[in-house]
Design a protein around this ligand. Structure first.
Ligand SMILES: Nc1ncnc2c1ncn2[C@@H]1O[C@H](COP(=O)(O)OP(=O)(O)OP(=O)(O)O)[C@@H](O)[C@H]1O
Length: 231
């Protein structure tokens, strides 16, 4: 579904991505792993056109999308759940969801599906974003990406700053999306990545250095120590 081919991305004069390549099969969950500052967020932003790559190709359903503006890339059916959630704190849950509509009636069409996945959001519908807990904000951020007809979700560090029990509920929700959505997940929490992802891509110093099956990585202590800095 998604093919990232040797992309190079600059931010200002800084050469941040120096060759990132990976592919995302339809219906799979792919985890982008790597240390802080390795380039995982920049990879997601490059796919979305927010920091467009200067070199390389990005194909979505076989069509080159690099160089298109972010709104055009989103309209192809790619949803972005950014780091730190970026919900509108002064707007209600309902208003946050309404703003995510791409076509009139999107929310009405999707609301049963969304509230089945996140029952808490129905109860919280009138509260402002800023009144929600971190976990509830994360659920809203994911729900927002489900309002329009997206087929691919790019989710950046959904576990960040959340308690283990809340992380479990986010894992369950993303697990429930399997089959409906193809997902690229950036995650520092190795256990979360391990529970969700089919395959992994390790990004180190702006380059993709290793890919494989997530199941195999869990036993590869040398790779984990070298690139992820975890025991
Ligand atoms: N606006 C910017 N200006 C300059 N350098 C930047 C900018 N944004 C990111 N970088 C640098 O690009 C590199 C990659 O950052 P990126 O956020 O993609 O890493 P990451 O792997 O997602 O790590 P983290 O988990 O810390 O977000 C880092 O060295 C970061 O300092």
């Amino acid at each position: 579904m998604l093919q990232v081919e040797n992309i190079h991305t600059f931010i200002g004069q800084f050469h941040i991505l120096e060759g990132v390549s990976f592919s995302v099969p339809h219906g799979s969950i792919v985890a982008l792993l790597g240390r802080n500052g390795a380039g995982k967020t920049t990879t997601l932003k490059s796919i979305m056109g927010l920091t467009p790559p200067r070199r390389g190709r990005i194909l979505f359903d076989g069509v080159e999308i690099q160089g298109e503006p972010p709104h055009a890339i989103a309209r192809r059916g790619i949803g972005y759940v950014p780091e730190h959630r970026a919900i509108f704190r002064g707007l209600t849950v309902l208003e946050n969801l309404q703003l995510a509509e791409r076509r009139k009636g999107d929310l009405a069409r999707k609301s049963d599906f969304i509230f089945e996945l996140f029952p808490d959001l129905r109860r919280l519908i009138g509260l402002r974003g800023g009144q929600l807990s971190g976990g509830q904000q994360q659920m809203l951020a994911i729900a927002r990406a489900l309002v329009p007809d997206n087929r691919l979700l790019l989710v950046d560090e959904p576990s960040e700053g959340l308690a283990p029990v809340i992380i479990e509920s986010i894992i369950a929700a993303l697990q429930a999306l399997r089959g409906e959505m193809t997902i690229v997940l950036v995650e520092q929490n190795f256990l979360m990545a391990q529970k969700l992802a089919d395959t992994y891509v390790i990004i180190d110093d702006g380059k993709s250095v290793q890919t494989g099956r997530m199941h195999d990585l869990a036993h590869d202590h040398e790779t984990i120590r070298r690139y992820l800095g975890a025991s």
